[in-house]
Each structure stands twice: as C-alpha cells, then as structure tokens.
Design a protein around this ligand. Structure first.
Ligand code: FES
Length: 125
C-alpha cells in the first residue's frame, strides 16, 4: 500500500504502528499540542493527553511503576478495549476514547483524526 498523498499533506506522522502496543497509549507532540495516541484493538485514536479533571497525562494510564522497595506496583487506570474507554491514572475518571467525554461530569477533551498509512500513524490537528 502506498501512502495517501492527502494524508501526507494534512496529517503529521507521529509514530510507527509498532510503537503503540495494543491497549496502551503513547504521548506525542504535534505543533506544541500534547496528544495521546491509543491503540484499541488495532484502531488508533488521538486525544488531548491531559485529563479534564486535574490534567493527568493520559498516556500513563495502565502503567506499572517501580516503588521504593524495587518491586512493581499494580497498574492504575488503563484502556478498556471493549468499552473503548480509558481510566485516568490519577483518580480513575473514565473517558470515552472516541468522543473525549467524561459522562459523569460532562467535561470533555479534544479528539483528533488519526489514520494509518504504510505502517505509520498520522494525526491531524
Ligand atoms: S486527573 Fe484524571 S481523574 Fe483526576
């Protein structure tokens, strides 16, 4: 498959598909805008990387950390691939990955078009 010229014109290449593990997100910067790209069952979605509650970086959802005892902590938050939602790693607000909405509060974050071409992920802001 060749790259769609329209994608090259209006989208920014942000990662290889292999850079985004399934069920996780990565942080990317497009023209100074912090964006998280999630891989949900092989579909790529781009949103603002900042939670609408208190601004947690959403790409850390589901991340495990080494604690002071040098042991791995449980992951906190994460992507629900069946519901297409992400739980924020700080206070577990659950956001719709496709719309950016937090249903309970009515708050919302920006979403961006994401496309795949030639094994790369492109985002349009
Ligand atoms: S900062 Fe995301 S739930 Fe509080």
């Amino acid at each position: 498959m060749s790259t769609n010229p329209q994608i090259e014109d209006t989208y920014t290449k942000v990662a290889s598909v292999d850079d985004v593990p399934r069920g996780r997100g990565i942080a990317v910067d497009v023209d100074g805008i912090e964006i998280v790209v999630f891989n949900v069952k092989g579909e790529f979605h781009a949103l603002s990387n900042r939670c609408p509650h208190q601004g947690a970086p959403l790409y850390k959802a589901g991340e495990e950390k080494i604690n002071a005892e040098d042991t791995w902590t449980d992951s906190r938050g994460g992507v629900n691939e069946d519901e297409v939602t992400v739980s924020c790693p700080w206070h577990l607000w659950e956001l719709d990955i496709e719309s950016g909405e937090h249903e309970v509060s009515g708050k919302c974050i920006g979403t961006f078009d994401a496309e795949v071409a030639d094994g790369d992920v492109y985002v349009r802001i």
